[in-house]
Design a protein around this ligand. Structure first.
Ligand code: NDP
Length: 247
């Protein structure tokens, strides 16, 4: 019986580490061709080599999701190489948390650029192909922080609440084109996400917490595979998952 993943062409942004990398490995092991975007091309190339050596199909395209042309090049490369784009996982994201009063304005701008604008650019790049195919699936990464606030998360949460809003708007508009949309809101997952928090007190508090309760990135890989593997007539609109011991 088909798992409804094998043979699909899946584009994943932010595939150079953490959850994107784990999803690429897992989905390729289930038979998907994976097209990997991120800025650190050497990491993507190493992952492509690993997947190819294991008998899978993979392609790396250096991509900064804050640049529409680069995101279009990523999605177009999937279509040029594998003939179509079945799934886009808008996974790239950053989380430089800090209290608003510290006025880390550059970090606010970067979160808006990567977490919101990057997702919109992914949609802009994939939608024309999916509308032409009359099928597709766009999966956007929100967060538990897209449902509730925690210390220093005001701007990050604003971007992740925003991802949920634009995903629901997208769902309402594209269902007629047979395009599925899924919002995935992870809880604490052990990845490199905390490495880029510049405020050392905030970083340490988050490291302590995620170190204690966080689950491995493979947890996300199983969740994203679950959403994709459903029969095409069923759209898993939203998934929120947490480590069992998370607040
Ligand atoms: P990682 O830091 O391990 O991975 C983030 C990925 O995003 C990297 O591959 C990075 O690649 C990529 N990225 C960052 N900026 C850009 C950019 N401008 N252009 C292209 N790619 C970019 O973190 P996670 O795996 O944890 O994060 C994945 C997603 O999950 C994010 O959207 C995050 O907000 C979300 N999330 C994470 C949670 C967690 O607990 N870990 C909880 C809830 C949500 P590169 O630097 O090579 O460009």
């Amino acid at each position: 019986m088909s798992n409804n993943i094998a043979g699909k062409v899946v584009v994943i942004t932010g595939a150079s580490s953490g959850m994107g990398e784990a999803a690429a490995r897992h989905l390729s092991a289930q038979g998907a061709a994976v097209v990997l975007g991120a800025r650190r091309i050497e990491r993507l190339t190493a992952l492509v080599d690993e997947i190819t050596a294991a008998g899978g199909k993979a392609l790396a395209v250096q991509t900064d999701v804050t640049d529409l042309t680069q995101v279009q090049r990523l999605v177009d490369a999937a279509v040029a190489t594998f003939g179509r784009v079945d799934v886009l996982v808008n996974n790239a994201g950053i989380m430089p948390l800090s209290p608003l009063e510290r006025l880390k304005i550059d970090e606010w701008d970067r979160m808006i650029d990567v977490n919101l604008r990057g997702v919109l650019y992914g949609i802009a790049a994939a939608l024309p192909h999916m509308q032409e195919q009359k099928s597709g699936h766009i999966i956007n990464l929100s967060s538990v922080a897209g449902h509730k606030l925690f210390g220093g998360s005001a701007v990050y949460s604003a971007t992740k609440f925003g991802v949920r809003a634009l995903s629901e708007g997208l769902r309402m508009e594209v269902k007629a084109d047979n395009i599925r949309t899924t919002i995935i809101s992870p809880g604490a997952v052990k990845t490199e996400l905390l490495d880029h928090i510049s405020e050392t007190d905030v970083q340490q508090a988050n490291r302590d917490y995620v170190g204690q309760v966080g689950v491995p990135a493979e947890s996300f890989a199983r969740v994203v595979a679950f959403a994709i593997s459903q029969p095409e007539e069923l759209d898993i609109n939203e998934i929120l998952f947490r480590p069992t011991s998370q607040e």
